[in-house]
Design a protein around this ligand. Structure first.
Ligand SMILES: Nc1ncnc2c1ncn2[C@@H]1O[C@H](COP(=O)(O)OP(=O)(O)O)[C@@H](O)[C@H]1O
Length: 244
């Protein structure tokens, strides 16, 4: 993947339901393509952890599984994007934004989005995936203790997703997100189902949406994902592939 200074501006967005693996793949893709992984959920959790006035307002809403008001998310996101521009970042990989049509409209008014990857995963495993999430409070890395096997059914593919286990040194320091409890996860999934279609339609109508179904673990998925993303370097999703 190109990481030199000649790299074109990449303004990419990863959409998808809680537990699909947006953060897992966005982290790896951002590193490979030399752009920052900007996850609104992480920005929000940092604001909450900092105990700012806005963070205090955010905490109750986040822990209930509801979306934050657009203006509140915009405030933390625009601050992060402005910092990136000032530091010469060549774009971004947005994770968890936009989540409403209004956010999508605001985004395309402020930046030239090149690609919106719409990640999906059989719904039956999303709750288990979210319940299995663990964060190491020492190294900050994300793991997942869920060991998932789902046979093919109704034309949907078999899913084999072994755990993404932490190394021994992380095991004593693992923590679970406050909003990763079953009732809150189920509420977040309902919120996602209600809000996601208008966002997907908004980008599909602009020829920017590329659907990508997750059917296995990271080792099996990356060899398909990375070449797909590479094919969009230097062009928008709705432009013809660049001649090799
Ligand atoms: N774009 C957004 N608009 C509104 N609220 C958001 C947005 N991004 C994150 N949040 C808030 O932060 C919470 C956690 O988001 P995130 O870390 O992306 O979790 P997940 O993708 O697992 O739902 C969301 O449930 C919501 O309360």
């Amino acid at each position: 993947m190109s990481t030199d200074a000649a790299q074109p501006q990449l303004n990419w967005v990863f959409l998808g339901p809680p537990g699909v693996g947006k953060g897992t793949y966005a982290t790896r893709a951002a590193k490979a393509f030399g752009i920052p992984h900007i996850a609104t959920g992480d920005l929000i959790r940092a604001e909450i952890a900092a105990g700012t006035d806005m963070g205090k307002q955010m905490k109750a809403i986040v822990n209930s599984g509801k979306l934050l008001p657009d203006a509140m998310v915009q405030e933390v996101l625009q601050a992060r994007l402005a910092k990136g521009r000032a530091e010469g970042e060549r774009g971004f990989l947005l994770d968890g934004f936009p989540r409403t049509r209004a956010q999508a409209e605001q985004l395309v008014q402020s930046v030239d989005v090149g690609l919106v990857l719409n990640m999906s995963l059989r719904e039956e495993v999303l709750v288990e995936k979210c319940m299995g999430r663990r964060l190491c409070r020492h190294c900050g890395k994300n793991y997942n203790i869920a060991d998932i096997y789902l046979p093919a059914s109704g034309g949907r593919p078999e899913i084999i997703m072994p755990p993404l286990s932490p190394p021994p040194e992380c095991a004593p320091h693992l923590e679970t997100r406050a909003d990763d409890t079953e009732p809150v996860i189920r509420h977040r999934l309902e919120v996602y189902k209600r809000e996601a279609t208008p966002v997907e339609d908004f980008f599909r109508q602009r020829g920017l949406l590329v659907d990508f179904e997750i059917t296995a673990g990271i080792p099996e998925t990356l060899p398909y994902l990375m070449p797909l993303l590479q094919s969009y370097v230097g062009r928008r999703a709705n432009e013809p592939p660049v001649k090799a």
